[in-house]
Every structure is written in C-alpha cells, then in structure tokens.
Design a protein around this ligand. Structure first.
Ligand SMILES: [Zn+2]
Ligand SMILES: [Zn+2]
Length: 370
C-alpha cells in the first residue's frame, strides 16, 4: 500500500481508465460506493461522464428490497453528463457534447416505440411492460462516474448552452412523469385538477396541470413544507389531509368534483380519494407505483356507471421528450431548480439516501455530483 501511494504521489496525473466509483446495490439496505469496471460503448451505445444526477423514490424502493433488481447493479436513472465515448453507428454527436438522458431509454424502433408507447419498449420488437426503463433497473445506472447509454441515437438529448446541469437534471424523470399525469389526464383549458401528494412527482404534476391550462389546481399533502412548495409551483389551493376532509373540500372548491384527479403516491387511500374527488365523467390519472391489491369501492365510481376514465402512465423518455422539456425551461415556462434542495458528492451518497428517505430538512430532491 505504501509503495502504491508513493508511486501515485510521483506521477503528476493519476491514470485510472478502466475503473470508476459507483453506487452498487448489494441487498436490502446494503449499497454504497465501490470501485467497479468502467463501462465501454458498444455499437449503437454511448458512455457519459456523469456530471450531475439525483436519487429517485424508486431507488428507495430498490434499496429497501421493495422493487427487485440484481445484486451488483449500479443504480440510478437520471443522468446529465458529457459524452466520453461513442459506439459505432452513433451519428450527429461528438465526444464532449453535454447531454441529458431520460430515465426511460427506448429503442425507438420496436412496435411499442413506433406506436407512441416508448416506455413499454420491447427492445427491437413487440411490447414489454416497463421495458423502456433499463438504467439502474436491468442494466447499470447513473449514480456513478460513468454510465453506458443503450440506443444512444434515440436517447442522447443535447443540452442548449444557456442551460445549466441543475436546470435540466429533474427533467429526466420527475418532470417527465409529473407532467405526463396532466397530459394523460387530458387536462383542458379551464379544468379543475386535484393532485394527491406533493412529493417531487406530485409537485411536477401540479406544474404540469397549470401548463396544460387548468383554471384551478389543488395540491394535497400532509407536510407543510411540501404544501408551501406546491403553492410556489402554482397550486391555487393547498389542502392538508391531517386537518380536513379533503374530498369534501375539493367538491366544495370545484362545485361538485374536479375534472381531473392525479394520483402521485401509489397508495389505496390516495387512489380512493382521487376517485372520490372526481365529478361524474372525470378522469383519474394515476402515476403512483402500487403494491398488493388496489380496491375500488363501488360507490366511489357510481358502481361503474359514472363515465369515469382511469389512466396510468410511466415516465415518457427518449431524446425528443427531453428536448421538449428543455425547451420549456429555456423559454422560462417553468423552473424546477427550487426542487433541488440539497447537494451531495457521490462519495456521500448514503447520507443523501438517508436524508431523502426520512424527508428530513425539507428535502425535495438531492443533487449528486460525481
Ligand atoms: Zn425515477
Ligand atoms: Zn422500443
């Protein structure tokens, strides 16, 4: 060890080309920074040097053992970076380009992708449920110094020079997902929209509903700081479920029920409240990730005769989606930087997970810098 240190001290630049630091999942609550093999770009792929990433609620499910991934996997799925290597066949990009990659990396060529369901990408053919989510799920992810991007041609979105990493990192997942709640809900100009839960995704659903033209957006949560952020992000009313009957209040504010209710938590209670908040013929747009069984009390949806629509959406990905979202930031239609409340070095990622999991200190999203 001493010899090694001396050798390093003598060389002016430490050369480390085939290894990198990455957050590796080993088992329930067993994860952390390890030295692992640095990825290389195969045909059609790219390798990014990650400059900024973050932690998603889904990563918490992974480290708690609630969503299964293979031990040994590098987790994380929200990379901003610089192209370090381009595989054969990827055109229109250069090493050194700054890019954003969505959490969902579709192939762009399969049945699902070509039918506008890229999140359910079948990798070259057919459909596969959640198949578009690969990074930090079925292949190594972004909480690392380097990440390999599959189907690079379909997924590298160049970042306009005037935008910082901080301005775009939350577009990869939470903004794309949250906005899709409003888009899939078919929010129209003049609609009333209630959003259940004001975590990172719910806050983006609130912004999305406003962008889609809602006349009234109601944010529901039980955390004062999140409700305050909901107001800041454009909610016209915020309701604290701890102190009031939120369904009754939504009905009162909207004159009988909202046009659209967005569920952004993935629990029976929020799903049911969303359903009960709707007017007949309204749309429940669900973003939550559920486990176990979801029940639908007959009275909440007029015994199945109330003309309700229930739709679900997984984060839309691909470079065109990312380009559109970056355009919204560039033209100042929205600013997500207030949601990036804390910052950590990659080396301190366990600390960041703990803070994020406990929702300490008013945390919404954490910036992770490799
Ligand atoms: Zn995510
Ligand atoms: Zn595909």
């Amino acid at each position: 060890m001493t010899a090694l240190l001396t050798k390093h001290a003598l060389s002016s630049v430490p050369i480390r080309t085939d290894s990198m630091r990455a957050n590796v999942f080993r088992g329930i609550d067993r994860f952390g920074i390890e030295e692992v093999q640095r990825p290389r770009a195969g045909a059609g792929e790219a390798v990014l040097r990650v400059t900024l990433t973050t932690i998603c609620g889904t990563d918490l499910h992974i480290v708690r053992g609630e969503y299964p991934v293979q031990p040994g996997l590098v987790i994380g799925h929200e990379p901003v970076g610089v192209i370090a290597e381009l595989g054969e066949g990827v055109t229109g990009y250069r090493v050194g380009d700054r890019v954003l990659v969505g959490a969902i990396t579709p192939c762009g060529q399969c049945h699902a992708c070509l039918s506008s369901h890229a999140a359910q990408c079948g990798h070259g053919e057919g459909y596969e449920a959640i198949g578009g989510w690969r990074m930090g799920n079925t292949i190594h992810g972004a909480q690392a110094e380097y990440v390999r991007i599959p189907y690079a041609q379909a997924n590298l979105a160049k970042i306009p020079d005037e935008l910082s990493d901080e301005q775009v990192v939350l577009l990869a997942d939470i903004a794309s997902t949250g906005f899709s709640g409003a888009e899939s809900g078919g929010v129209k100009i003049g609609d009333s929209v209630v959003v259940y839960a004001q975590g990172p995704i719910g806050l983006c659903a609130t912004i999305g509903a406003k962008l889609m033209g809602a006349a009234m957006v109601i944010g529901v949560d039980g955390d004062e700081r999140r409700l305050e952020m909901a107001r800041r992000m454009g909610a016209d009313h915020v309701l604290d479920y701890r102190s009031q009957d939120v369904v009754a209040e939504v009905k009162r504010l909207t004159g009988g029920g909202s046009d659209v209710a967005i569920e952004a938590l993935g629990q029976q209670v929020t799903f049911e409240h969303a359903l009960r908040s709707l007017r007949p013929g309204g749309t429940l747009s669900s973003l939550g990730v559920y486990s176990g069984k979801l029940q639908m009390p007959y009275d909440a949806f007029a015994a199945g005769l109330g003309d309700h629509r229930i739709v679900t959406t997984l984060c839309p990905g691909g470079k065109e989606r990312m380009r559109r979202l970056m355009e919204m930031v560039r033209t100042k239609r929205m600013d997500l930087t207030p949601l990036l409340t804390h910052s950590f070095r990659l080396e301190d990622i366990r600390e960041a997970y703990a803070l994020f999991a406990d929702r300490r200190d008013g945390v919404i999203k954490v910036a992770i810098r490799p």
